[in-house]
Design a protein around this ligand. Sequence first.
Ligand SMILES: Nc1ncnc2c1ncn2[C@@H]1O[C@H](COP(=O)(O)OP(=O)(O)OP(=O)(O)O)[C@@H](O)[C@H]1O
Length: 853
Amino acid sequence: MATSSSSSSSSKFTRSVPFTPKRPFSASSDDLTNTGRIPRSTTPSLLGSAKKFKAALSTESRTRHVSKPRPKLASVPGTPTKTDGSSSSGSRPKTPTTPRRGAESPLPFPKMSDMDVSRVDPEEALVDFQTVEPGDISGEIDESALADYGKEDKVLVSIRIRPTNATSAWQVADTTPKSIKLDPQYAKTTANPPQDFRFDEVLTGSENKPVYNAVARSHVCAAMDGYNSVIFAYGQTASGKTFTLTGDEDQPGIIPRAMKDIFAYIRRTPTREYLLRCSYLEIYNEAIHDLLAPPSSSVSQPVQIQGTGANIVLTPLREEVVTSLKGVREVLHRGEGNRRTASTDWNERSSRSHSVFRVVIESRERNSGSGSGSDSAPSGRSTPGFRPPTPGGPRLQAKGGRSVQTSVLSLIDLAGSEKATSDKERTREGKYINTSLLTLGTVIGTLAENSAKNKNDHVPFRNSKLTRMLQPSLSGDARISVICTINPDATATGESTSTLLFAQRIKKVQLNAQKKEIVDTEALLQRYKKEIDELKKRLAEKEANAPTTNRRLSAREQLDESRAMNDLNSRIRQLTKLILTSQTVDETRGDESRPASPTKIDFDMSPYQLQQELLAAHRQMEIQSTQILSLEAALLARPQLSPDAPEGEKDRLLAGQAKTIRELEIVVNGYEDNLGEPLRAVREDVEREWITKLEAEVRRREEKEAWADELVKQLEKEKKTRMKLEDERQALAAFVRKFDALGLGSALPPPSTKLNPPMPTPGGAAAVFAQRQRDRLQLSGFDAPMSTLAETDSPMRLGAGQPSLLEEEWDAVDDVSFGDDKPFLPSALKASSRKQSHSPVRDILRGKENVPM
Ligand SMILES: Nc1ncnc2c1ncn2[C@@H]1O[C@H](COP(=O)(O)OP(=O)(O)OP(=O)(O)O)[C@@H](O)[C@H]1O
């Protein structure tokens, strides 16, 4: 938002923007528009500010600043001459926003507050082409050039580059779409060329008229045509958001131009009449303040957002009815006044808060005076009297078949976007601005992603008041135009780039705004009745001609004809039902005690229709007679006793029934004694017997499991021992082979044969060793090879072909003497028996029950 020169010095918030042209430049706008720069010689005081023009529409500010007489606007061609003030239709309605102090209401309603506008009669506040004064429309708006409301399903995204005294760091190309890119000399890195950003519009200069025409006009017209429209300005502090939206005395911004355009639109639309309501609010520190409510109540009663999804309602929020541009100025002026009152430092506040100006536009066709239905009152302010209050403000009613179109135009000036990224101070305020602008970025990012990738990811609208309020619009229910303002100075390239990235993201959001209409139900009923009459007429004609035409028609054509009559009939029945439903509702409301009649017979029906009705009635009767029969049977089953039977009879019947009850109790008790109790006992016995068995089973299973675990552990241990022995055996074998290789493998000679050199044994020491192993096994009674033994002996299988030394004792293996006459048997047997007696597995197995050893 804008800066005030007076307060800027005191503000701790220093603005990087020195450029604040307040007065019209002597340079022509052409000088500025193309380059976005202002010649130094023409630049006015740098300390001037647009902030004081924030309420540029206020009549007060206008009289204060404008010395020259207001230019007289040429009347719009085709504008009917205004009738004099005495005529009720021509007299200009007073904007009902002026406080009516002390006015006593003649009606039995409680006295309304000074600012209560909820009881304004909407019929008295209507605006139409006759009531708009030439001064209320903008002479600057090019009426002939009505845009096409922008791209219907895309957000209209434009960039506005604020003029600068320094050299702009941005280059603008006048292509289609318009593009903007950073001057390479200001790029941080020269590795990649600067990104070329493309948008619907890239605007430069200080002229607000082309900006309005390019970015806002289409959306204002769309709002007048029944579409919700949102125009918001996003950008760094002092980049020109407020200048663009509000403008100043010489360059009115989008808000004043939009209001003028609204009245111009009304003036050139003689077929419709309008009810305009304005609201003005501010979101500051995540609280919504109603700027039109008295300051005390706006603090004590902050505005709440209610509802979900597309049905968001702001409450309590004042909506002021306006009938002229003067009324709009007053509303804006009051809102600005309240906003300033609430802040100690206006600049800080304005750049840290979001302001939202909303216009609710309701319209319906003007009554042609043809007297359709009961509504023959002339259009406009003819309905006298006082209305009961409507929440939020008066509403236009759908009348005499004229449906009401409702739309909202929202004009939003956001807080400075750099707060979302660089506000280091962790103040409450900074945090809240961060929250709402960061959430806006996230929401737009997710929406863009969802549209681009056809996804349905959660969009965090609820994370901030701003996004929650904008939810219906951002969800696609509005035409959106975003104007992103950038400061072209080289010092601000980072912030400007992030603004351009935001703009690029929002471009991808998909929209699907629809017109909203409230239909007049009375008129709808009238239309149904008319259609029924026409259909009946056609049906009657067909039936009358049927005898003659049927003779000429083929069988197929006759069938078609009969089908057509059937169709007519069913449509008549359908419409009649719709009418009857609404009448039935009215009847039941009117007299609760009287049941609504299920059907109404129209005696104007054709014979065919009556026949159908008769058949349906017959079917209904059959169903009902079956029901009657079953009810009669039920009645007969009841004990016979007339209501006027003597008391004694009744007592007897009661006694009889009491007896039956007792008998039934006896039966129930008998069942319990004879069957219930014994059955329970049997069940308990069975349970008891089986519980012990079950417990024993469980115990056994647990023991076996423990034994199996132990067994596995022992086998593991045994396997390790085997591996170790195998390693040692291999070492020994290697030693023996080496021994042989040295020629020492012959049987040792007897000590006496020293002279005869020993002859090597055929096959060497290895052969001797192998032979000894075989002999040993044979002697122990094992024929199977060792490896087989190992496999069968142990529940833990070793790899096939793995040599086994399980049965071997180290001292046996240790016997490496090569004398084949040395008896081997005793040692082997001894080892074998010793091994058996010490086997840990056997020890465990022995300890187990039921395991044969
Ligand atoms: N296009 C422009 N032509 C001439 N002056 C401009 C333009 N844009 C901005 N300015 C001037 O720059 C100053 C800052 O602009 P403005 O107050 O609109 O910024 P802002 O983005 O609204 O800042 P904040 O975030 O604080 O509200 C004002 O004095 C305004 O007059």
